[in-house]
Ligand binder design. Structure first.
Ligand code: ADP
Ligand code: ZN
Ligand code: ZN
Length: 734
């Protein structure tokens, strides 16, 4: 051991904006003191597991306060240098404690101190002597014999899930066979699904080919591409082709998809093309997650695919990063460490010096702006792939028209027409439940959530639910204001429209797809299977329908209420409305049959709607960008949001006012401070919420002001009465 005193700078899971210094463990092997290993350290009254960031020659901690780390948990760095650097960058950019960032980087099993094995999935195989064994020996051991016979049918071995599926109590028989020397346990790299044989990739069309060529030419260097292609134009085929080239070169690809986009269909598409796809999805248990993570880190998984948090999966040989549906808000984490996986993917690609592809049919204004600034290369796929053609989009003016549960006679007529022509119909309404308002018919008092500034939604006819805090209660028997028992359900949710459709089209096998109807695992797949087989010919659902799924026989898409998005409080409301409409519309006519898209509105002359329908998304987005420039809003300025909430109504604003006073000197005239103001829904789950907005023409100035001031905010007297957080590049304002 060296005699120079050195200090371990450790990222500790703590909400404090700093790292912590420790003395090395007493009897440590100095060779294990590498950045990226885990260390167990005393922290307050407990021991916690942190990650060693660096070994420092000096510390500001006074000697008597300096504690000794207990133990180094890893022999080699768990996190590679590049991921440690990305974590530190992200901590700085998002102004989030490094310990919290590390949480996002490490799988739960590793955070809990598990060792970083096993080397792969455990698989049992017959040994050569086992394969030739005389099973007369197993005459009195029927279970062992059954297992042996199973092995004979599976010469490549059996893994635990397969064994579990056949017989729950296989472990004892397996031990007995192993004792005879007939089976052996080996470890295989995960995801060896290996049914890639016989898949011939489609022949790319000219636009796809041009895109692939440009991206291939960029391999080995940082380039950001915006792959802007309408739904069904073959973006996924472009990713697959680019990745094939990357994998052939011995490199790895990381593919990020929105929360709901990681469907069995998509996984099957990747699995059919590539061996050993490591998928990160919510269905994995801790052990499986760790195995996949290690396979990615150690370069055994050439393709890694996952949702938001997969942006932090280390890769041994990074080759390309893909972000599919880059406009999707699920790439932004909305609590705790509020990072954008899309933005971090670009930063990461830059640091690895590899290309990144952001794909979408409805690119975010941020990405379109980056294209116009020549930071991203614009690749377009203007045509639908194969023989599918563009759907026809039209506004339905429903002013004064008869409505049956929100369905106009015009729409009903179109539904009949399409069903008659053997098409399928998809109806979109972004409001689940039976009715959004449950109201006393005598005095007009609506059922309110007692914890939120919001009305409760009626579900079925027995239950009121708050969609903001989840509170539930039965509908009241009597009005608390006037005593009347005459209540009414006003407005439509998906449940109510489903009922109406079932009444109007009893033969059509109406199915509802929303968060309530798909609560059970696998139910979504069952519904989609029913749609594919033609059992369900009308689908009604929420934005779950807008993403990730193809319905080749859907010829009519109906959007029941486009007006919801026209008057939102968030400055991104119209961008989101347009993206949703175009994405839902994109589900129609994906195969040979032409699609029709009908949009019900009470504002058929509204410039946003007419522009979108007449000129399409690209032109619409360009107009929105011009508006944002004039208004001085993102992406033309940098934005941050300081939020506070508390059970006491005045506390959040008091804190934000004090924070504003602190921030103001550092902000000068370059960084604008707006607020504090109450959130648009001030009370939620029993807490009052307020926010302070920071805007700056130059991001660096905003960052600087926050860096110098933020640590002091925790020390404010007013901070003790609130929960506060900072959101850099907020995706939603509430
Ligand atoms: P996107 O990801 O843009 O929505 P996909 O890659 O899923 O589009 O392609 C839509 C459909 O068109 C898929 O069924 C796909 O197999 C098919 N497809 C894509 N490219 C081609 C092509 N060049 N020739 C024929 N079919 C194609
Ligand atoms: Zn009343
Ligand atoms: Zn509530």
């Amino acid at each position: 051991m060296t005699s120079t005193p050195h200090y371990l700078r450790v990222a500790v899971p703590s909400p404090l904006y700093r790292h912590f210094d420790y003395l090395p463990p007493a009897d440590v092997d100095a060779a294990t003191l590498r950045p990226g290993v885990r260390v167990r350290v005393p922290f307050g009254k407990r021991d916690v597991i942190g990650v060693l960031l660096e070994i420092a020659a000096h510390t500001d901690v006074p000697a008597i306060k300096l504690k000794r780390a207990r133990r180094v948990l890893d022999e080699t760095a768990l996190l590679p240098e590049d991921m440690l650097a990305l974590a530190r960058w992200a901590a700085e950019y998002y102004r989030h404690p490094i310990g919290g960032v590390m949480r996002a980087l490490l799988p739960v099993a590793l955070r809990r101190g598990k060792t970083a094995g096993p080397p792969g999935e455990a698989v049992w195989k017959l040994t050569p002597s086992g394969a030739m064994a005389d099973i007369i020996e197993l005459k009195r051991a029927p279970r062992q014999r059954a297992l042996w016979q199973l092995f004979k049918q599976h010469p490549h071995g059996l893994d635990a899930p397969v064994l579990d599926a056949r017989n729950e109590n296989w472990a004892a028989s397996m031990r007995a066979l192993a004792k005879r020397g007939w089976v052996i346990k080996i470890f295989r790299a995960p995801g060896c699904n290996g049914n890639t044989s016989g898949v011939t990739p489609v022949a790319l069309n000219a636009a796809q080919y041009a895109a692939v060529e440009k991206i291939h030419a960029a391999l080995g260097n940082f380039h950001a591409f915006l792959l802007d292609g309408i739904t069904g134009s073959g973006k996924t085929e472009v990713y697959l082709d680019v990745i094939a080239g990357v994998v052939q070169a011995g490199l790895q690809a990381l593919v990020l998809v929105p929360e709901i986009g990681l469907t069995p269909q998509l996984l099957a598409r990747f699995g059919a093309r590539f061996d050993r796809v490591a998928a990160f999805h919510s269905g994995l248990n801790e052990g499986e997650r760790l195995t996949a993570w290690l396979a990615a880190r150690d370069g055994r998984a050439p393709v890694v695919i996952g949702t938001r948090s997969a942006v932090f999966v280390p890769l041994k040989h990074p080759g390309v990063i893909v972000v599919d549906e880059e406009h999707d808000t699920s790439f932004k984490q909305q609590d705790g460490f509020r990072y954008s996986a899309r933005d971090l993917a670009v930063v990461r690609a830059q640091r690895h010096a590899i290309p990144v592809i952001l794909g979408s049919a409805t690119p975010s204004l941020e990405s379109l702006h980056n294209v116009s600034q020549h930071r991203y290369v614009h690749l377009t796929l203007p045509e639908r792939a194969g023989s599918a053609c563009h759907p026809l989009m039209r506004l339905l003016d429903i002013r004064g028209r008869p409505l049956d549960e929100g369905l106009s006679d015009l729409l009903l007529h179109a539904i009949r027409r399409h069903l008659h022509a053997h098409g399928q119909v998809l109806l979109f309404l972004n409001r689940r439940g039976y009715a959004p308002t449950f109201m006393c018919h005598n005095c007009g008092q609506a059922a309110q959530c007692s914890r939120c500034d919001a009305r409760m939604t009626l579900h079925g006819n027995r239950r009121l639910q708050c969609h903001h805090c989840g509170a539930e209660r039965p509908p009241p028997g009597r009005c608390t204001q006037c005593g009347s028992t005459d209540f009414g359900a006003f407005g439509q949710g998906t449940e109510r429209v489903e009922q109406a459709l079932a009444r109007l089209f009893p033969e059509a096998g109406v199915v509802r797809i929303d968060r309530d109807s798909t609560r059970h695992k696998g139910s979504m797949e069952t519904f989609f299977e029913g749609v594919r087989r033609g059992k369900h010919r009308i689908l009604i659902g929420t934005q779950m329908l807008a993403k990730g799924h193809d319905f080749p026989n859907v010829t009519l898409v109906g959007i029941l209420d486009a007006d919801q998005g026209l008057f939102g409080a968030d400055f991104r409301a119209s961008e989101r409305m347009a993206q949703l409409i175009i994405q839902v519309a994109g589900r129609a006519g994906r195969a040979e049959r032409p699609g029709e898209v009908l949009i019900q509105t009470h504002h058929p002359q509204h410039p946003l709607l007419t522009h979108l329908v007449r000129e399409g998304y690209a032109s619409f987005a360009a107009a929105l960008l011009a508006e944002r420039r004039l208004a001085g809003l993102p992406p033309f300025v940098a934005m941050a949001l300081l939020r506070a909430e508390a059970p006491a109504a005045a506390a959040p604003r008091a804190f934000l006012a004090a924070a504003r006073d602190r921030l103001a000197p550092a902000c000068g005239r370059q960084v604008q401070l707006l607020g504090p103001v109450a959130a648009s829904m001030e009370r939620r789950a029993g807490r009052y919420r307020a926010q302070l907005l920071l805007l700056a023409a130059q991001r660096a100035l905003l960052q600087q002001a926050l860096a110098t001031t933020l640590p002091a905010l925790d020390a404010l007297r007013e901070a003790r009465r609130v929960r506060w957080s900072l959101d850099i590049d907020p995706a939603e304002m509430f």
